[in-house]
Ligand binder design. Structure first.
Ligand code: XMP
Length: 332
C-alpha cells in the first residue's frame, strides 16, 4: 500500500464507510498473505486490537497474536485482552507473562530514558523469542496508523522526538518479516469506527491512550514492586471513579503517577510514612499540547479518600495542574 493518503480518500465516519473499508482490506489481506501465518503483537491498545479483529475476520487462525504482559499493565488489562480475543473472538492468542524478566532488568534503574529503552528492548527480545518458537511465519502485522507515518516523516526531516517511544520495529535480523499494516492510512477516529464496526467492545475502542512502557513511566525513578502495586491500585480507583461519575470520554487521558518519595503522615494515631499519588487528567487534540481539566472537588475528594484508605503505602493525593508545555503528559 502506498503510504500517502490520497486527498480523495473519504473520511470514515460511519458504519457504511467502515464496512466498505473492512471488505476492501479483507480482500487485500487475503491477497497479500495467501495461506501463510501472520504474527501480531497485541498490546490491547486501540490500534493493535483493531488490526487483530480485522485480521481475524480476514484469515482467522492464520493470525497468531502474542500478548506480552510486561508487568507494567494497568489492573485487569491483560485479563481483558484474553477475554475479548481468546474467549470472545476465538483468536489464536499466545499469552506471555514476562513480569519477572522486565522487573528484573529494571531493578535499580532510575533514569527515565534508560527505563524506556530497557522496556522497549526487552519487549522486542520477548516477542522475538516467541516468534522463533513458531514455524512458517512470514508476515508481521502492525497497528501503524497515519499519524505514525506523518511522525516518522517529520523525524526523517531531522526534528527531534522529546521521548523515545516504543513499538515492535527493530526486530533482530534473523526474523525478517513482510509487514501487514492495514490501518496505515487511517486517522485515530476512523480506526475507532472501524473497530466498532468489527464488533469490538466500546470500552476497548475508546480506551484512553496508554504508553508502550506502561506503568513503568508512571512509577517514577527506580521501580519497586510494592510501589508499582500501589500505583496500579490507585490508578484503578481513579479510573473506576471517572467511570462512575461520567467523566470517561470527557477527559482525554487520566492516570495516577507515584514518585519515588515518601512524606510523613499519620494513621491510627501513629506516624505513617507513605508515597504520594499524583492525579493527572488532561485534555488535548493531538497530544502535542494539553490543558488541565477542572474535575469537581467532590469527585477529587472521593478519589482521595478511597486511595488513602484502600491503597497500602499511600498517605497523600496531589493534583497536577501543569499544562503541556511545560509538563509533558507523562512524567517520564
Ligand atoms: P508526552 O508524555 O510525550 O505524551 O506528553 C504524549 C502522549 O503519548 C503517550 N506516550 C506514549 N505512547 N508509547 C506510546 O505508544 C510511548 O512510549 C509513549 N510515551 C508517551 C502519552 O501517554 C500521551 O498520550
Amino acid at each position: 500500500m502506498n503510504n500517502v493518503r490520497p486527498e480523495s480518500m473519504e473520511r470514515i465516519t460511519n458504519f457504511d464507510l467502515a464496512n466498505k473499508f473492512i471488505d476492501e482490506q479483507v480482500k487485500a489481506i487475503r491477497n497479500q498473505v495467501g495461506d501463510n501465518k501472520v504474527l501480531l503483537a497485541l498490546s490491547g491498545g486501540v490500534d493493535s486490537s483493531v488490526v487483530a479483529a480485522l485480521l481475524i475476520k480476514a484469515i482467522g487462525k492464520q493470525l497468531v497474536c502474542v500478548h506480552v504482559n510486561h508487568g507494567l499493565m494497568r489492573k485487569g488489562e491483560s485479563e481483558s485482552v484474553i477475554e475479548v480475543f481468546r474467549n470472545g473472538l476465538d483468536a489464536n492468542l499466545i499469552y506471555v507473562d514476562a513480569t519477572e524478566r522486565f522487573l528484573g532488568k529494571l531493578e535499580n534503574v532510575s533514569d527515565p530514558e534508560k527505563k524506556r529503552k530497557i522496556i522497549g528492548a526487552e519487549f522486542i527480545n520477548v516477542f522475538a523469542d516467541e516468534a522463533r518458537k513458531l514455524e512458517g511465519v512470514k508476515f508481521l502485522a502492525q497497528g501503524t496508523i497515519y499519524p505514525d507515518i506523518l511522525e516518522s516523516i517529520k523525524q526523517a526531516e531531522g526534528k527531534q522526538a522529546v521521548k523515545s517511544h516504543h513499538n515492535v520495529g527493530g526486530l533482530p535480523e534473523d526474523l525478517e518479516f513482510e509487514l501487514v499494516e492495514p490501518l496505515m492510512l487511517l486517522y485515530k477516529d476512523e480506526v475507532r469506527v472501524v473497530g466498532e464496526a468489527l464488533g469490538l467492545p466500546h470500552a476497548m475502542v475508546y480506551r484512553q491512550p496508554f504508553p508502550g512502557p506502561g506503568l513503568g513511566v508512571r512509577c517514577l525513578g527506580a521501580i519497586t514492586r510494592d510501589r508499582l502495586n500501589a500505583l496500579r491500585e490507585a490508578d484503578a480507583i481513579l479510573r473506576e471513579e471517572f467511570d462512575l461519575n461520567g467523566l470517561v470520554g470527557k477527559v482525554w487521558q487520566y492516570f495516577v503517577v507515584v514518585p519515588d518519595m515518601k512524606s510523613v503522615g499519620v494513621k491510627d494515631e501513629s506516624r505513617y510514612e507513605g508515597w504520594s499519588a499524583i492525579i493527572r487528567a488532561v485534555n488535548t487534540k493531538d497530544a502535542m499540547t494539553a490543558t488541565i481539566e477542572e474535575i469537581p472537588y467532590a469527585i477529587l475528594h472521593k478519589i482521595t479518600n478511597r486511595i488513602v484508605t484502600e491503597v497500602e503505602g499511600i498517605n497523600r493525593v496531589l493534583y497536577d495542574l501543569t499544562p503541556k508545555p511545560t509538563g509533558t503528559i507523562e512524567w517520564e
